[in-house]
Design a protein around this ligand. Structure first.
Ligand code: ADP
Length: 352
């Protein structure tokens, strides 16, 4: 009776081969009888004829497979693999009686939840970070309001000083909200590449002019090198201004007091680059890959002191991505830092 239910091995294998999801058919010993191509891609160590539990050594998985194979029913388990990188799988285990000629075969369907988990964690961290960043100045603001309503009610001198601090804290909150809004606007439009011709050389001149005062306050010399003629990229003018402003402002803020910041705009083969280099203390290598994360700072106190929100480079990264370009950051401690954005050229896109 059961024999008639047996799926010929070749049919079972070609069925599994055709499935787009990662699936593996196991015999009653948990030896792989057939794998889909997506399964091979997901767990390259797994092969036909090999014990699944040698590749994924998880007691819960072994027990669940055994249970389904002997008793039937379905099981769903979540498995976290920690090496070589952390991955989370949801595995559906179902009986596949007669599959590839085995009475107690089971079919395992994998779902890779790793990316989803990373995104969930980032979202939770982001909300926590943003709330924390806003709560600190808010608490200080409320503290001063209460002091002015209470103990310092009639203290003229304290009032002036406290109002000054309150203004600072209010401005800090406003900067943070502005940066959060910019970031979300850029992200919302991430899939639409901007296409108006924008002159990178002109943008750089504007930024150098607008930051001249800030530079002179830190006795920093700004040196701009670029072509006299326009160097156009398909872009969003406001976003490119923002990109340049963030990079040059950082170089002034975190570079050397009394140092030099060079801004170089250059035409490359089909591309254009802007490079901002300072001669400050630089950045240790372990921080480099994380600098463009939201709220990541090398020195939180120094960043706050300089009026930073921790979002500047995250905004830069998203602007570069939206412009279909790339950002490189190079630095050796003690030898300054170099931030370079490379964007496709306008002419090149038109021609292509
Ligand atoms: P912030 O608002 O703190 O300036 P950013 O995202 O612009 O935020 O920068 C993140 C961190 O990267 C800064 O807090 C600083 O520690 C570091 N950083 C950025 N630019 C430079 C630079 N030119 N030299 C040294 N450190 C830098």
């Amino acid at each position: 009776m059961i024999d008639t239910a047996i799926l010929p091995p070749a049919t079972a294998r070609s069925l599994i081969d055709a499935i787009g999801a990662p699936v593996v058919l196991l015999d009653e010993q948990a030896v792989a009888l057939a794998l889909s191509p997506a399964m091979k891609a997901l767990i390259p160590g797994l092969e036909v004829g090999k014990l699944l539990t040698l590749v994924l050594r998880d007691p819960d998985l072994i027990e669940a497979i055994d249970q389904v194979s002997r008793i039937g029913g379905r099981e769903v388990i979540e498995l976290i693999e920690r090496v070589p990188v952390e991955r989370t799988f949801r595995i559906h285990i179902a009986p596949f009686p007669g599959g590839a000629g085995r009475r107690n075969a089971t079919l395992l369907t994998f779902q890779d939840l790793s990316e989803q988990r990373v995104i969930e964690r980032m979202r939770v961290d982001f909300v926590a970070n943003a709330s924390h960043e806003l709560r600190t100045p808010l608490a200080s603001l409320l503290g001063f309001v209460e002091t002015l309503q209470g103990p310092a009610r009639n203290d003229e001198k304290a009032r002036g000083r406290f109002l000054g601090i309150m203004r600072e804290q209010g401005l800090r909150m406003a900067r943070l909200v502005d940066d959060l809004l910019s970031l979300s606007r850029i992200e919302q439009r991430a899939h639409v590449a901007p296409d108006s011709p924008v002159d990178l050389a002109g943008i750089s001149r504007e930024i150098v002019d607008s930051l001249a005062l800030m530079a002179s306050e830190r006795e920093v010399t700004l040196k701009l090198t670029g072509p006299a003629e326009p160097l156009q990229v398909p872009g969003d003018r406001d976003e490119l201004l923002r990109l340049m402003e963030n990079l040059v402002e950082n170089a002034i803020k975190y570079g050397k007091r009394g140092g030099a910041v060079s801004i170089t705009v250059a035409a490359l083969d089909g591309e254009a680059s802007v490079c901002v280099r300072d001669d400050g203390p630089g950045i240790a290598p372990e921080h480099l890959p994380r600098l463009t994360e939201r709220f990541y700072r090398v020195d939180t106190a120094a960043s706050r002191e300089a009026g930073g929100t921790g979002l500047g480079l995250a905004i830069v990264k998203h602007i570069v991505l939206r412009h279909r370009g790339r950002l490189t950051i190079e630095s050796k401690p003690g030898e300054g830092a170099t931030f370079k954005a490379i964007l496709p050229r306008f002419e090149a896109r038109r021609a292509g």
